[in-house]
Design a protein around this ligand. Structure first.
Ligand code: PNS
Length: 170
């Protein structure tokens, strides 16, 4: 059985993530969407439980959701792969700027666990600019995030992040 892990912070999940998950589910027998922890990102907007719930809820809207499950792991990705018998890590690549970091991660994961093969899927043109950080920035100013994230979670994101700035000195 070919099992792939799609890891990420998913803070929050975007339509770009869902596109990669959807396409991975057509390539592998089973896909585990893994809410993981990025040591370089200090403060998340959503708790791990919220991130898992949001991914679970929205991935059910995908036509290919039958072989997709959601999990959360606070540890090394390489250890998770070994523990679950997964053999591939699927990551989305948006631009050349993503590549250096992702390439380094792929090599480190393979060094930690030799069976860990990283598969890169290129993002669709329309999602090239899209990231959780961009979504959070727009939402924090009350901007429209339609078309960036699943419609079912738009208000949850805006409610959490929008802080009207009445006084620029505060
Ligand atoms: O969505 P992100 O923040 O770009 O995802 C990065 C993530 C969470 C997949 C990455 O930081 C990760 O794999 N974290 C788990 C800990 C780990 O294994 N780190 C890499 C060591 S090479």
């Amino acid at each position: 059985m070919r099992i792939a892990v799609c890891p990420g912070s998913f803070d929050p999940v975007t339509l770009g993530h869902l596109d990669i998950i959807d396409r991975a589910s057509k390539l592998f027998d089973k896909v585990i969407v893994l809410v993981s922890f990025n040591a370089n990102k200090s403060r998340a907007a959503f708790t791990p439980t919220e991130r898992m719930e949001t991914v679970s809820y929205t991935h059910l809207t995908l036509p290919t959701s039958d072989n997709v499950v959601v999990d959360c792991y606070n540890g090394l990705l390489a250890d998770y792969l070994q523990k679950t018998g997964a053999n591939a890590i699927v990551k989305g690549l948006r631009a050349v700027s993503d590549f250096e970091y992702e390439f380094q991660m792929a090599l480190a994961n393979k060094k930690l666990y030799n069976d860990a093969e990283t598969v890169f899927l290129t993002t669709t043109g329309e999602n090239m600019f899209l990231s959780s950080s961009v979504v959070k920035e727009i939402a924090s100013f009350g901007g429209d995030i339609t078309g960036f994230v699943p419609k079912q979670i738009q208000s949850k994101i805006t409610d959490r992040l929008y802080k009207p700035a009445n006084n620029i000195d505060q």
